[in-house]
Write a protein that binds this ligand. Structure first.
Ligand code: NAP
Length: 235
């Protein structure tokens, strides 16, 4: 059996780190991508993964990372767009600083495009290419009006994840004929640096949905939004 080559962005800590751990445990050769060389190298060594430097906000960095993967393996089978930032705590619409919103979108939305487009030529050489975009349940428009109504308004993080959901469907439409399955993941509320460790789920639980979507069979869904038990999250 040929080996599966995977790459996870923003993987030096949190859910991304745990995703690398779980993909590697499944026998995949996994690139742990991180913007910080030192922290990324240490994390990759801990997990017996390969380190590649990648700042998702920089298209040249994404292309350089793709060149490293191409040099070593010539293709990519699994891309997990995991890197994300929350932005400042106060994201009240009426007092919003658009520069904060731009920064969050740069990472959470434009970063996914930078990395996906850099990796697509490599993914197109895979026999089972999968793209996982790590979104959030709080990006669900349906959820906003019911489930998460109690959450304070957030003009940067929440819309950035709604946009990731929309982006996921657009890529899925274009890439379906090539057999590239593209789905959005809802990890649930996990204890990480992103939320000051206030989440009630573990990173292992959060990573499980990315692993589930990274290992879909050929008849698996595309253009959907899921939790780790395969349940559909309403858009
Ligand atoms: P985390 O522990 O803060 O990890 C975020 C990771 O993203 C870090 O490795 C960080 O690197 C990296 N990152 C940020 N900006 C980057 C950039 N420009 N280029 C490359 N990497 C960058 O947060 P997390 O909770 O694990 O978040 C992972 C993903 O899950 C995010 O997309 C987040 O929105 C999503 N999510 C999290 C939760 C939750 O409850 N935790 C819920 C739903 C969705 P540095 O160490 O260099 O900053």
């Amino acid at each position: 059996m040929t080996e599966t080559i995977a790459l996870v962005t923003g993987a030096n800590k949190g859910i991304g780190y745990e995703t690398v751990k779980q993909l590697t445990a499944l026998g995949m050769t996994t690139f742990l991508a991180a913007r910080d060389v030192e922290r990324g190298t240490v994390a990759a060594k801990e997990l017996d993964a390969e380190f590649v430097q990648l700042d998702v906000t920089d298209p040249d960095s994404a292309k350089a990372a793709a060149a490293v993967v191409e040099d070593r393996y010539g293709r990519l089978d699994v891309l997990v767009n995991n890197a994300g930032i929350a932005g400042v705590a106060d994201q009240q619409p009426s007092t919003a600083d658009v520069n904060v919103i731009r920064t969050v979108f740069d990472t959470n939305f434009f970063g996914v495009i930078n990395v996906t487009n850099a990796m697509l030529p490599l993914l197109s050489r895979s026999s089972a290419p999968r793209i996982v975009n790590v979104s959030s349940g709080i990006g669900s428009l349906a959820g906003m009006s019911s489930l998460h109504a109690a959450l304070p308004p957030s003009l940067a993080y929440v819309p950035s994840k709604t946009a990731v959901n929309s982006l996921t469907v657009q890529y899925a439409k274009e890439l379906r004929p090539q057999g590239i399955l593209v789905n959005a993941a809802d990890p649930g509320y996990c204890a990480t640096d992103l939320n000051g460790h206030s989440g009630f789920r573990t990173t292992a639980q959060g990573a499980a949905v990315s692993v589930y979507l990274a290992t879909l069979g050929a008849d698996g869904p595309t253009g959907g939004f899921f939790t780790d038990d395969g349940a559909v999250v309403p858009w």
